[in-house]
Design a protein around this ligand. Structure first.
Ligand SMILES: [Zn+2]
Ligand SMILES: [Zn+2]
Length: 107
């Protein structure tokens, strides 16, 4: 008997954003790196966030753009339609079907 199953973090994501079809990417970043990106996004500096991910974290341009455009600024609030009751991380907005990372502000 072999047990090859391993748990890769809490979330297994094998789906797409139902709004735009983007294939959801699991964030393989440290807490510190995520904080930096979240900060930039919350200051409406998304382009800067994309550049940071490419230059400092080695993520390609397409992926960086996709990730940043699915990061919501404030926990619980959809980045697209501003629905404000997103309850947990890695969630699909029940209103507009957009995927939100919805990362908790601090750890
Ligand atoms: Zn999307
Ligand atoms: Zn929404």
């Amino acid at each position: 008997m072999k047990d090859d199953e391993s748990l890769n973090g809490m979330y297994s994501i094998e789906s797409n954003c139902k709004y735009c079809g983007w294939e959801i990417i699991n964030l393989n970043l440290t807490v510190e790196q995520i904080k930096v990106i979240q900060n930039l996004v919350s200051q409406n500096r998304k382009l800067h966030a994309v550049k940071k991910m490419m230059d400092d974290f080695g993520i390609n341009h397409v992926d960086s753009k996709g990730i940043v455009s699915h990061l919501n600024k404030d926990f619980g609030i959809c980045h697209r339609c501003s629905f404000d009751k997103l309850k947990h991380e890695y969630i699909e907005c029940p209103k507009c079907k957009s995927f939100n990372y919805n990362l908790k502000p601090d750890i």
